[in-house]
Design a protein around this ligand. Sequence first.
Ligand code: ATP
Ligand code: MG
Length: 446
Amino acid sequence: MIKRFLKRVFRRSQKAKKVGNARIIPFASHGVSRDQISYGSLKVTDGLQAAGYQAFVVGGAVRDLLLSKTPKDFDVATNATPEEVRRVFRRARIIGRRFRLVHVMFGEEVVEVSTFRRMVDAEDVQADEHGRLLRDNEFGDQEQDAARRDFTANALYYDPTTQEIHDYHDGYSDTENQILRMIGQPAVRYREDPVRMLRAVRLSAKLGMKLEAKTAAPINEMKNLLDNVPQARLLDEVLKMLLSGNSVACIQQLRQMNLHHGLLPLLDVIWAQPTGEKFIMLALHNTDDRLRQDKPVSPAFLFAALLWHEVLAAWNLRVKRGERPVGAMHEAMDEVLAKQKQQLAIPHRHDAVMKEIWLLQQRFEQRAGQRPYRLLEQPRFRAGYDFLLLRCASGEVPDDLGLWWDEFQDATAERQKEMLQPEGAAEKKRRRKPRKKPAAVAATAE
Ligand code: ATP
Ligand code: MG
């Protein structure tokens, strides 16, 4: 506490120098040292500078370090063109057709290097095949590069050699005050790229920063612009929200800003299922926790959770009509996936895992004979079991079922044997049903 106070007083007494329109903030004020920068991005900035170019760590990484958070990745910005960057490094490749970036590889680490860009006039705006606006697709200088970025906190340039930060838009004091502020006129910037509204929500929730009033104000009126953004790009952003480790905060923030409806079908699924809402919120909490503990999370598991209550409703309807449970489950899954495909743009590659997780749910009910042993051997057992626990926690199925599996999977062979339910009890019940139904149908048909 005292250290922080002294740091502040000390900072105030430091006079930041100015170079052109940039305020240069010295290490003594901001305290971000070169050792906090990743190995690869230091190699890139050092290499480019040695070759005579300007090179800075920029964007989310600088912001996160100032907020004492661990950056997800380090991006580098430079005045070297992509070809020039590639010439400096042995393992580098240019990616993207129109918005060209360079990936420089150092073992596992991939550093994304972008050339300073400037905004071009609105009439020259083009979108690439993913609907990304390419208004900022012309090379420019550092100051122009800062102006095309979204929030002041995202437009800070850190030079690892001098350990200075270059700041054109007061992003440093905004970051210190935990304010997320749009550069320029917020309404103009949202019109240029409506996804910035979602970024505002996501970043403020993730970083615990307050959305500046002027930055927040136009969102309510302008949210319909999101309708024009291609689904694939929205899905990207929504996935970033859901997998940010702060999905619950993001969802709450979306609700507060009244952005939650009509925004995109994937989120509407959440609101459309009052019975499933508890389940989905638990799934999101669980995802946030796992990410915080550095455990892996699979998008397929999350999609399976988001759609589960739709599958359940479709399945129940079919079983009531007299269909056999397993067949009805296959039909229900296909029906829900086909319907959601038109709206959600959930990539097909997740289908198989989602179906496996859903199908396992019925098998958890079967606790007699060899069936529980076979279930334990399923490669997807763990995901299915985690999913079952969420169902228990949401009150959809009795806790006993989750507890039974919790014990069974780690029990001794002897205890497992004791735990098995008598063969046929559940089976008989299920078999009796279909026999009755055809009879009833036959009776009414006559
Ligand atoms: P995260 O921690 O989620 O990676 P980030 O701010 O680094 O957050 P990225 O998508 O990695 O987000 O973008 C890197 C940088 O590019 C941002 O910090 C910002 O300066 C700029 N940027 C990204 N998207 C936009 C956009 N839609 N409009 C303007 N600038 C953008
Ligand atoms: Mg980033």
